[in-house]
Design a protein around this ligand. Structure first.
Ligand code: FMN
Length: 304
């Protein structure tokens, strides 16, 4: 038996290092009949805002050769409906539940979090400061160190629970932003959110997502994620949760070797409902073959 238990900072222990990625798994309930939620070390819910949001008009998803471009625009039911309608299922899961929060303003992030603090079952938060598809909020909080510094400090003061900041690759140097998160006592950073991408229908000459430029996800962005994780792992001491293009167990091992302590599965949930089971099996087999008893021994162990 391989020990898959994963500790992320001081506050979060997972039974295995595989989480769902925000926005690709709804609130846990939408895919509950298709994927065994209990297999995951944790669930990260879709970004929640203070008020419900309809998101961007369609088309808001298009497929590319090696992934997809989305421009959902943070559509969600709002924090009150989330607490009312989703607590029952989520509070009974054996894995941990991380609630992802977003907002148009700093106050919105703070007010959303304050409401969630009443819910004992929430293990922690992922703060989305990296959404590429919204006009206000999203990446504008995660691209400039001084703005990030302020908002992370404010949210940190509001909760003692696990707090992870989700960073964007669409910046000059992601390490500078991770350092800010560390300085403001975030427990972890997660990376990467989607990469700017666009696609055009040559017959109609129209863009394939409404905002023209959306967020590219899936296998195409995996090397970008690995590069960002690798360099950030060398720059900060706080743990990194790796996201971006993971589609199999070998990808997860690559992320761990680059420096991720855990991973989130996003786009793969749209094309392989069995991904989490296959990944956990692969991780065990890989560790046995490598003579490793504890999966966390792999973290950052790329030989350079
Ligand atoms: C359809 C879709 C919706 C997403 N919605 C959110 C969201 O609400 N909040 C968020 O932080 N990230 C969101 N993301 C980004 C993912 O969580 C993840 O960071 C990104 O897709 C890269 O991982 P992947 O290549 O495994 O999908 C979304 C991604 C997709 C494809």
């Amino acid at each position: 038996m391989i020990d898959l238990t994963t500790q992320i900072g001081l506050k979060l222990q997972l039974k295995n290092p595989v989480l769902t990625a925000s926005g690709t798994f709804g609130y846990g309930d939408e895919l509950a009949d298709l994927i065994d939620l209990n297999r995951f070390g944790g669930i990260v819910t879709k970004s929640l805002t203070l008020h419900p949001r309809a998101g961007n008009p369609s088309p808001r998803i298009t497929e590319t050769t090696a992934g997809m471009i989305n421009s959902i625009g943070l559509a969600n039911i709002g924090v009150d409906a989330f607490i009312e309608q989703k607590s029952e299922l989520l509070s009974h899961l054996p894995g941990k539940v991380i609630v992802n929060i977003a907002g148009r303003t700093e106050d919105e992030y703070a007010d959303t979090l304050k409401k969630l603090e009443s819910q004992e079952w929430i293990a922690g938060y992922e703060m989305n400061v990296s959404c590429p598809n919204v006009r206000e909020g999203g990446i504008e909080f995660g691209a400039k160190p001084e703005i990030l510094n302020h908002i992370v400090g404010r949210i940190r003061d509001l909760t003692n629970r696990f707090l992870m900041i989700k960073l964007s690759p669409n910046v000059t140097d992601i390490r500078v932003l991770a350092e800010v998160c560390q300085k403001r006592s975030a427990d972890a950073v997660s990376m990467i959110n989607t990469v700017y991408g666009a696609a055009i229908d040559i017959k109609t000459r129209k863009p394939l997502v409404n905002t023209v430029i959306g967020g590219l996800s899936g296998p195409a962005i995996k090397p970008i994620a690995v590069a960002n994780i690798y360099k950030t792992h060398r720059a900060v001491d706080i743990p990194i949760v790796g996201i971006g293009g993971i589609s199999c167990g070998a990808d997860v091992v690559e992320f761990l070797l680059a420096g991720a302590s855990a991973v989130e599965l996003g786009t793969v949930n749209f094309f392989n409902l069995n991904a989490v089971a296959e990944i956990l099996e692969f991780l065990e087999e890989y560790c046995v073959a490598q003579g490793i008893g504890v999966v966390t021994e792999l973290v950052g162990k790329v030989k350079v």
